[in-house]
Structures are given as C-alpha cells and as structure tokens.
Design a protein around this ligand. Structure first.
Ligand SMILES: [Zn+2]
Length: 521
C-alpha cells in the first residue's frame, strides 16, 4: 500500500494566520493533540526567531513525550558569505536538539538577486553547506525549497541546482513549496512531473498555500505525481488564505485514494482534533469546512431528509463517523414532515405522521414570528413532546416581575417569581447583575427545594439578536440560550417584543429540558 507522510506545520506556518497567537504551553497542547491524531511530523516552530519558540523547544525536551510523531525544528540556511559553524540561526536549530531539522532556502533566482543580494552559486552553496553541516552533527534534514514553483517557472536551471545541492549534501526530503500560493493544479502537475523526472534519486514533499483556493487539490495531485510527504495545517490555518488543510487532505488521501497516512484507527479522531484545536487558537471554526465542519453532514431540504432516513449513502459522500463527525438534520420551514420525523428520531423521540404534521404546522407559525429552530434543538424537543400531548410537570407560572435600579452609580436587578410547584405556591426573589440573571436565579430558587438536580444545569451561552429593527420600538428580539449539564448541551429560543419575556421563555425552557434530562438519567 502506498504511504504518504503527513507533516503538520500548524505550529509554525499555521500561527502566521491573523488572530492566532499561541503561548509555549498552548503549543505543547497542540503537539500532543497532533500526536494523538497520528501525524508523522510536527513542525514545532522556528528556534531563534522568537522567545516563545525557544521556550517551546526547551520545554519540549522534558515535557513532550510523543508516541508516534517526530518533532521538527524549522529554520533558514546559513547567511551569505559565512561559515555554517559561525551562523547563529544554524546554532539555534542545533540547540533545539530535534532529530529532524527542516531547512528553508531560496529556490527563486529573483529572490537571490533582490533579497539575498548574492550570486546563484553562493545561494546553492548556502543550502548545500547548511545541510552538510547539520548532517555532520547527526541530524536528519528536510529541505523546504521556498518559492520553488515561481523559481522553476522563471529559472528552472537554478531551481533544480538548489534541489541538487540539497539532495547531494544529504537532505532526505526535497519539499516543493508554492510560497505565494498562486499555482493552479495543471501547472503543479507539469512541474512536479518534470522535477521528479529530473531528480529520480530524491524523495519529495509538497507545501501549498491556498491563495487560489486549490491548495488541497494541488497536494493530492502532487501525491499522484510521486510526492510522498504532504505539508499542511489543521483547519487550513495559515497566512493570508491559509495553508493546505490537513483535515481535507488526510481523509481524501486515506478514504478516497486508498493511501495510508495516519494510523487507520485515528481517522475517527479528526473532527475532535479539528474542533479542539479551534478552541486552543480561540477562533470559531468555519462550520462549512469539509469533513470536520458542523455543517459538513447537515441536511435541511425536506426531500433529502426523507431519503436520508432510508438510504444515508444517497446524500452523503461517506459515512460521517469515518472522520468522527455526524449527520445533523436541521429544522426549518423548508422542511417537511420527514425532516421533523428524522430530527425527532435523532433525539430518541418517536412520533406518528399526524403528530409530525402538528409540529410542522407549529414550526411554520413560529418561524413566521421570528423563531428559528436550527440552533434550538431543546425547544424543538419540547414542541415534539407537546404535539404528543405532554405538558411540562415541573411548575406553573403565576407571574414574574423584574426591577432594574440605577443606585449610586451601580445598576442592580431584582426579580420576583411566583410559581406553583407540586401544588404549592412559591414566591422567591433574587438579585443579579442584570435582569435575566436575576430572573434565572429567582426561578431556580423556587424550584430547587423540589428539584435539587437543577443545580447541575448551567447556562453556558446567551445571545440576543434584534429582528426587523426598522419597526423601531415594535421590533422583536430573538434570544438563544445554551444550557448544559455534565454530558450534554441543548439550545432554546424565545422571541418577543420585550427582551425580558423572550429571555424568560428561552431560560425557563432550558431549565425544563435540564430537568427532563436529569429524569431520563
Ligand atoms: Zn508556507
């Protein structure tokens, strides 16, 4: 079976993305995640380039035990007209003490002339001597040929001379980089074909940026042309439009092209690793990312979902659990009865066709008012239960009241809730920083003596959106809440002209769902 090495550069090239800044501790956590996923190489950073990367490599020596992956230090070749043993950059790479070093050097004569301001011969010598030097110290060396594709287009003899210098000096991999990301797949196919023919003794890698939107395609095509190492980043992180996305490359190579990449039993961790990494870098994951996005296997149209329930392979290009993702069915007015039935079944609720029709009719009314059930699976569940004749047994609301007071420069909110719980009238008052927090506390206080399990339910997200605000004061607001307990989370929704009442509906439904979940356990 053909094998391709997965070389992850999230910790180096990925952190070039705007908005990503990782501490050394974050980087250690990411390296462990990548090792769990089973990538072959983890490029940890650029020793000597910044104190954070120096700290990362220093701590990695003691704190990072990788099971499968090999840590790589990245850095540039020696400077012009200097001996390798006198070069600080190479000294920093040596000090990182990794088994593998990835050296980057210029493969475009234009850059040699204008950036290095040296001769082509010296540029080749910088690469060859740096590789030899690191080899003499027992390091394995990969060579990243920077701007290779541009360089090969404008001056193929020089670009090939650089590669030859590297491989003759002992570089194990020659990595062809499209640093500016401008090359299309048909050009990549031609160049990689010519280069692998010209240097049959070498082993090749590829490194693509996504400036033309085809970094993944270019990587796959390079593999077809004989490249055996693919460099990229989780979630396609990287400068500008990002690097080639490993979350697409890995399943494409493995599941579509039959090529071994990460250990087969790890592929189902891909979605978790992608989402976990998004949390560490503190960026909202694009839900539409192939394979790992939350919408990657989401179905909305009614026709699809009725067929999906019968034959999932009719509308999904592969079983989502292969990459650790899952099918989601969203409810909307586009959806018919079958969507509602499929969605209810996904929540473990069975319904008759008649009950499903009641829910569909109700959803259509509510969506007209501004409700939206795509992110409110909890409120949807209550609609289903109500269609089946259920009424919530936990409390009956008599009234609530909220005061907000500006007092001596401080704003305080106080809420009073009057409810009937188990046949008894309960009146509770609570304070909070804001009116919704005060209401939530007052309701909890009323319910807690009868339902102590309410203490395990947390409000984890609260979002307000203004609807049709052109109506001025008549505008309605939509409140979306997420509540969670130890092993589950659910969304609820409220819509009203008054933000407090919209919040009351979403918050109280969240608590009702939580009590139902606790009962079920
Ligand atoms: Zn790059």
């Amino acid at each position: 079976m053909q094998t391709v090495e997965i070389y992850d550069t999230t910790l180096r090239d990925g952190t070039q993305q705007e908005g990503i800044s990782l501490t050394a501790t974050d980087k250690l956590a990411v390296a462990r995640l990548l090792d769990d996923l089973g990538v072959t190489y983890i490029e940890g950073g650029w020793p000597g380039a910044n104190p954070k990367d120096d700290e990362f490599f220093a701590r990695a020596k003691n704190e990072l035990t990788l099971k499968d992956a090999t840590l790589v230090a990245f850095g540039s070749t020696r400077r012009a007209n200097r001996r390798p043993e006198d070069d600080e950059q190479l000294a920093a790479l040596v000090a990182a003490e990794t088994d593998v070093v990835c050296l980057v050097g210029k493969a475009w004569s234009y850059h040699v002339e204008h950036a290095l301001r040296t001769t082509p011969d010296e540029a080749v010598a910088m690469v060859a001597e740096s590789v030899s030097y690191l080899r003499s110290l027992g390091r394995r060396v990969f060579f990243d040929a920077e701007h290779f594709f541009d360089g090969y287009r404008s001056d193929p003899d020089f670009a090939l001379a650089v590669l030859r210098g590297a491989v003759d000096a002992g570089a194990e991999r020659l990595v062809l980089c499209d640093t500016n990301g401008g090359f299309l797949s048909h050009e990549v196919e031609r160049v990689v074909g010519e280069v692998t023919d010209a240097l049959p003794e070498a082993t090749f890698g590829c490194h693509f940026h996504n400036d033309t939107g085809v970094a993944v395609a270019n990587s796959l095509l390079s593999v077809r042309m004989g490249v055996t190492q693919v460099q990229g980043c989780v979630n396609g992180y990287g400068e500008r439009t990002g690097n080639a996305d490993l979350c697409s490359i890995i399943p494409n190579l493995t599941l579509k092209m039959g090529i071994e990449t990460i250990p087969p039993d790890r592929l189902s961790r891909l979605t978790t690793v992608s989402h976990h990494l998004a949390e560490i870098v503190n960026l909202t994951l694009d839900p539409h990312l192939p394979y790992v996005g939350t919408s990657a296997f989401t179905h909305k149209a009614g026709l699809h979902t009725s067929a999906l329930a019968r034959r999932s392979d009719a509308y999904e290009h592969l079983p989502p659990d292969a990459v650790g993702n899952s099918t989601r069915v969203v409810v909307s007015e586009l959806a018919g009865r079958s969507t509602v039935l499929a969605k209810a079944r996904a929540s473990g609720l069975e319904m008759t066709d008649g009950e499903a029709q009641l829910v569909v009719d109700r959803i259509k009314e509510l969506e007209h008012e501004g409700y939206q059930f795509e992110a409110a699976d909890g409120s949807f569940e209550l609609l289903v239960l109500e269609a089946k004749g259920w009424t919530q047994p936990f409390f009956d609301l008599e009234s609530y009241r909220v005061f907000v007071e500006h007092r001596g420069g401080e704003v305080v909110a106080e809420a009073t809730v009057k409810v009937h719980v188990g046949g008894e009238r309960v009146v509770t008052t609570a304070e909070g920083d804001g009116p919704v927090g005060a209401l939530d506390r007052a309701l909890r206080a009323a319910l807690e003596p009868t339902f102590p399990q309410i203490g395990d339910i947390r409000l984890t997200d609260y979002r307000v959106r203004d609807l049709d605000s052109t109506d001025g004061t008549a505008a309605r607001v939509r409140v979306l809440c997420t509540h969670s307990n130890v092993d589950d989370a659910w969304g609820t929704i409220g819509v009203h002209q008054n933000i407090i009442d919209a919040s009351w509906k979403a918050v109280s439904e969240g608590l009702i769902l939580g009590l139902l979940r606790a009962d079920a356990r």
